[in-house]
Design a protein. Structure first.
Length: 414
């Protein structure tokens, strides 16, 4: 008889079905009200050892009034046990919860509250010699009202079963190896299973610092390499939490100090460096009184040039010649354009005052041009001004001759 046939035989319909290690968890209409039930697997209820273990588990859990214990009643008929009716409430499994709303794990304190609550109920069970053994997502329930995790039946009640795989079919990953292989049930077994459950909670994201090492140690195959008890596991997590809190507190303090220092220097008055320049001397100096030095003319100190080799000096002089050629070529082109504006028939026909003003503007423009091109070519300003003066004189003479020729030609035509 399969589940569908079994459910068809019972009164009322069922909704929200989900497989658990014990059987099918669903809501069933009983006395015109939907109740949470677990329809037990036929393969389990056919086992006398399982049924005796279920009776023992019911007796043990009935005496536990903690919030993390989910109470139930056993329904039976002439064929024996067939289902468990859970206490009234709105319950689901963690598997259903994460499947329908995976973002719940990102809510503030959800992981912390779930972990602490499972530590509480597991510790209480251990004081009574009871071990859950399988913290699989399908075997850990949750109250939808306050997201409180709850446990139903506990694996230590069924440890005498010959085949533990029948009880934990599909959930073997969450059961300690010694439980499946050696039928051993102790605190280390719950440490392993709870570690696997916490590892599953972080399946869709990275495991935080305070949980990573704890889960790694809790899920070791050899019980000797795990935490000896749930209390040790909890203490380790609390230490890691304090370390993380202290670290972030320190970062916050450093950030505040940096901010305060930055504001202090920002609000402090700024001091300005004032350069004192000597007053202008009225003493006139003859520019031709000093001996001409080509080295200083090129902008290099004599001592510096003396340290150059013959090849380096020749290379430097060649560079200067090329720089002067570039200056002459660029300056002649631009100066020709500027001078042509004034030395033309239109320019020469201007009023005398206007002509003088235009001539002064042209001179200023030529001086600025010479300074700019001297800087671009990398030669001294004095050298550039002398070359510019030579070019200006040549261009001016050319323009005047052209104007005279144009005036003579015009006169002969008349």
């Amino acid at each position: 008889m399969n589940y569908e046939e079994l459910l068809t035989m019972r009164d009322g319909g069922v909704i929200h079905r989900e497989e658990t290690p014990l059987g099918l968890f669903c809501k069933k209409l009983i006395d015109r009200k939907y109740r949470n039930v677990v329809v037990l697997k036929p393969s389990l209820v056919d086992s006398i050892v399982f049924c005796e273990g279920l009776k023992s588990d019911l007796q043990n859990t009935s005496a536990i009034m903690a919030n993390g214990q989910l109470h139930y009643e056993i329904h039976s008929d002439s064929g024996g046990f067939y289902e468990l009716e859970l206490e009234q409430g709105n319950f689901t499994t963690f598997a259903q919860l994460i499947d329908s709303t995976p973002a719940v794990v990102t809510e503030s304190n959800f992981i912390k509250q779930t972990t602490d609550a499972l530590f509480d109920i597991a510790g209480l069970l251990h004081e009574r010699g009871i071990y859950h053994l399988c913290f699989s997502p399908q075997n850990v329930f949750i109250s939808k009202g306050d997201n409180r995790p709850m446990l139903l039946c506990h694996g230590s009640s069924f440890i005498a079963m010959v085949r533990q795989d029948d009880l934990y079919d599909g959930s073997e990953h969450f059961v300690a190896p010694e439980v499946l292989n050696e039928h051993v049930a102790n605190e280390c077994s719950d440490v392993y299973s709870l570690g696997r459950f916490l590892e599953w909670l972080f399946q869709h994201g990275s495991i935080p610092f305070e949980y990573r090492k704890m889960i790694e140690k809790a899920t070791q195959d050899d019980p000797k390499d795990r935490y000896a008890s749930i209390a040790d596991m909890r203490n380790e997590l609390q230490k890691k939490r304090k370390m993380k809190y202290s670290f972030f507190t320190m970062l916050a303090a450093v950030a505040i100090v940096i901010l305060c220092v930055g504001l202090y220097f920002e609000m402090m008055p700024q001091t300005a460096d004032i350069e004192f320049v000597e007053g202008f001397s009225t003493e006139q100096k003859d520019p031709f009184s000093e001996e001409y030095s080509p080295d200083e003319e090129f902008g290099f100190a004599v001592d510096t040039l003396d340290t150059l080799s013959i090849d380096e000096r020749a290379q430097m002089e060649d560079y200067q010649r090329k720089a002067e050629e570039i200056f002459r070529r660029q300056y002649r082109r631009e100066a020709d354009r500027i001078i042509s504006k004034l030395y033309s028939q239109q320019g020469m026909s201007l009023d005398e005052n206007v002509f003088v003003a235009s001539s002064n503007a042209m001179t200023a423009e030529l001086i600025n041009l010479g300074k700019k091109l001297a800087d671009d070519a990398g030669i001294t300003e004095d050298k550039a001004m002398r070359m510019a003066a030579e070019i200006n004189e040549e261009l001016t003479n050319e323009k005047e001759k052209n104007l005279v020729l144009m005036g003579a030609q015009t006169g002969s035509k008349e």
